[in-house]
Design a protein around this ligand. Structure first.
Ligand SMILES: [Zn+2]
Length: 410
């Protein structure tokens, strides 16, 4: 195996990235604290912080006079460093979020999608429109935007170049160059699982764990994987498609064409199917929209009068999720597994106790015994936050300030 030599420049960039991670995740921090957390020497921290202050990425927020010694300055990301945009493209909506360069969310627009209109050109227009509307609404000039990140479901890489592969979507032919022209700003494109992994790495438990799995629960399900403190992308950027791994041999049909996938049990249509199997006449099955269905499930689970069919559906969903997670734990052996996504925000607390127990019982050896299994600490839309973080990372790399540790997809 070839040994990659790290140059002094790489080491300097790595130190800057370490410092940026720590400052971003702690909102305010002193140079001494940075040195403690990163393990870098005080001299290195002083140099790196000086460089980042000089280019306006960091600011000194306040200076407190100690009883002894020199005054101590608190450092933070400079929110006045410009804006970054994160755009989450999903099956039923396009959502664009504006962040300052400290990754505080400062604005948001949503464009509803007609899921029957899947023409690739239309999608490009919708993404462009979401961006234009967001900047207009927040009165941000385009030259203030440091980067735009777009999360596209199913974005994969092959020898033929990047493409978007989503079952039932007409997206295979999406013209990513056309998207680049329409956005007309520095652009990063990645898929939602890699965006979530980035958000966890910079802002969530990924700061403390080298090996972390974050499971995204919604219509579909997937796993954002950090392995040895790096985002696992795989050969074609499709690592983490755990929703289409097998839970039940010859089980329920999945929309990918296979039978028995994890998603067919713990994706929202899978949860609806579980309720249908328990009580085919249940009133919640008449709810048209998936989001409303999950909201009604959560309300029923929290009601004073328990609904036995809902309780049983939650119990079976926990069992499915626990069994499927035990497989992931067997393969990845993470320190923690976290849940994110709109199903998780609505139902996660109801699922977690039983899921923990099933994982502990089913994961091999002791891999489940010390495992932390909890809700993600990255709140809000972690896909948009993550892809905006990638845009910020690309900007900092283009400015020569850091070397990105994980190759960017596009
Ligand atoms: Zn499938």
């Amino acid at each position: 195996m070839a040994v990659v030599r790290r140059t002094a420049r790489d080491i300097r960039s790595d130190s800057r990235l370490d410092v940026l991670h720590v400052v971003l995740s702690s909102s305010e921090i002193t140079r001494n604290e940075i040195a403690q957390v990163t393990g870098l020497s005080a001299a290195t921290v002083a140099t790196v912080v000086g460089e980042l202050l000089a280019v306006g990425i960091l600011v000194e927020t306040k200076v407190s006079l100690g009883l002894v010694g020199r005054p101590t300055a608190t450092l933070a990301m400079n929110p006045a460093g410009g804006s970054v945009v994160g755009i989450d493209v999903a099956e039923t909506y396009v959502r664009a979020f504006l962040f300052d360069t400290a990754l505080n969310q400062v604005g948001f627009v949503e464009i509803e999608r007609d899921e029957h209109l899947l023409a690739p050109d239309l999608m490009v227009d919708m993404i462009g429109e979401a961006l234009d509307r967001l900047l207009e609404q927040e009165q941000v000039d385009r030259d203030q935007v440091r980067g735009v990140g777009v999360s596209l479901p199913g974005l994969v890489h092959s020898s033929a170049g990047p493409s978007v592969l989503v079952p039932h979507w007409a997206w295979r032919t999406v013209d990513l160059e056309h998207l680049r022209e329409r956005v007309a700003l520095p652009l990063v494109i990645d898929n939602p699982l890699k965006a979530i992994a980035t958000a966890e790495l910079w802002l969530g438990r990924g700061r403390f764990c080298s090996n972390l799995v974050t499971v995204n629960l919604g219509t579909g399900v997937g796993a954002a994987i950090l392995l040895e403190a790096r985002i696992a992308r795989g050969a074609t950027n499709s690592a983490g498609e755990w929703g289409h791994s097998l839970l039940v041999l010859d089980g329920r049909p999945c929309r990918c064409g296979r039978a028995g996938c994890v998603e067919a049990y713990v994706g929202v249509p899978g949860i609806q199917q579980t309720l249908r199997e328990i009580d085919p006449e249940h009133a919640l099955l008449d709810i048209d929209l998936q989001r409303d269905f999950i909201g009604a499930m959560a309300a029923a689970a929290e009601a004073d009068e328990p609904d036995p069919a809902v309780s049983e559906t939650i119990a079976r969903t926990s069992y499915f999720l626990g069994a499927a997670l035990a497989d992931l734990v067997a393969i990845i052996n993470p320190e923690a597994v976290t849940l994110t996504g709109w199903t998780a925000w609505a139902l996660g607390e109801h699922l977690l106790p039983a899921v923990r127990q099933h994982v502990r019982e089913q994961a091999p050896g002791l891999s489940g015994s010390d495992l932390e299994l909890a809700m993600s600490t990255v709140r809000g839309n972690s896909v948009a936050t993550g892809v905006a973080t990638l845009a910020l990372e690309r900007y900092l790399a283009d400015e020569g300030l850091i070397t990105t540790r994980t190759p960017l997809a596009l």
